[in-house]
Design a protein around this ligand. Sequence first.
Ligand code: CTP
Length: 405
Amino acid sequence: MTIKVVLGVSGGIAAYKACELLRRFTESGHDVTVVPTASALQFVGAPTWSALSGKPVATDVWTDVHAVPHVHIGQQAHVVVVAPATADLLARAAHGLADDLLTNTLLTARCPVVLAPAMHTEMWEHPATQANVATLRERGVVVIEPAVGRLTGADTGKGRLPEPAEIFELVRGLLDRGADAAQDLAGRKVVVSAGGTREYLDPVRFLGNRSSGLQGYALARAAASRGAHVTLVSANVTLPDPAGVNVVRVETTAQLREAVVAATATADAVVMAAAPADFRPTGVSEAKIKKADDGSAPAIELTQNPDILAEISHDRARDDAVIVGFAAETGDATGTVLDLGRAKLARKGCDLLVVNDVSGGAVFGSADNEAVVLAADGATVDVPRGSKTVLAHVIWDEVARRFVG
Ligand code: CTP
C-alpha cells in the first residue's frame, strides 16, 4: 500500500528545509501532497513543491473545487506533517480555524498529525504559543520540540527546525507503529544516556571505549515519537541530534554523572544506555606527556569511577521513577548470562536490566540487538534479534507498564 503523506509548509525561513523532507518521503516511495500556506510561498515557490512532489499545489480552498480538496486531502492522508510550523500556524490549528487549505486539511485529518515548529525563541516561549502547543498535544497531535541552535540571523537559541532526516525518522517510526501509535509517554520526562565516556591522561590523550551510541539514540527517538520530553545525555557520539530531543553533550564520566543526576531529579524514567568508563587515570597531566629518551613508557595509575546507575537507583530522587540499566555479559564459571544479569540487577538496585549476551561477538556499532529484559519484580522479556529501534520500543513498553499514576 502506498502511504499518503500530506506535507504542510507554513511561512518561515526553514521552509527550504522542507524540500529535503519532501525528497526523503518521495524517495522512500510515499505519495506526497504538499500544502503550503500562502506565506510559505514567499520563501519557496509553488514550482519547487510541484516539481519535487510531482503534483500541483494549492494554498487556498478555491482551486479544483470540484475535487473538494479541503476535505479529501485530509481524509485520505495516512499522516500529516507540518514542517516548519510557525507560531501562527500553531495558533490557527489549536483554535480550529479553517482559513486556508492547510488548516482545513488539519481539521479533516483523522490520521497521526506531526507538527515541527520553527520560530524565534521568544515566540516559542511566549505563553500564547506554549498554551497552543499544550492544547494540540492534549488532542494527540505530535508537536516536536524545536532544536537549539542558529536561528535566522546570527542569533542562536531554541526554535530551530530539527534536521529533516530526523523529522523523517520520527514520522517513519510513527508509521511503522501503525495508525494508533499511542502517545503513551506524553507528559512524561525521561532521561537517556548514550555513548562512551573518555577519561583524559593529558590534554590530547584519553582512555575510551567503542560504544557507538546507536542504542541510546534509538531509545531517545522512540521515546520522543511516543510523546515523552526527552533529555539525551550524549557522550562522544557522532550521530545527528534526534528530532524533538534535548541533547546534553558530555565527555567524561564525571560530566556524565553530573548531567544524569541533574536531569534525574524530575524524571519519570532514566535509561542508562551509555558505557561510562569504569576507571579513570588517577591524575590528569596538564601538559602533554612526552616520550622518555630511554624508551620507557609511563605507568598509568587508575581510580575506579562512581557507578552512576547504582547511585541513582539506591539514592532515588523520586521513589516512583523507573530506572533501567544495561549489561553486557558472557557468562562464566560462576553463572550463566542470566544468572549474572539477575545478580547485577540486584546489586545495582535498578528496576529493569537489559542484558546482552556478548559471548558470540560484540554489538558495538551494529544496527541490530538481541536482549533479555530482566525486571526487579521477577519478569523476564525475551527480545529476539531485531533492530535497536524495536528493542527501544520494548524497553519503553516495559517502562510504561511500570508507571504508577
Ligand atoms: N554504569 C554506570 N556507571 C558506571 C559504569 C556503568 O552507570 N561507572 C551503567 C551503564 O550505563 C549500564 C550498566 O551500568 O547501564 C552496566 O553495568 P556495569 O557494571 O558497567 O557492567 P559491566 O561493565 O559489564 O560490569 P562488570 O564488569 O562489573 O560486570
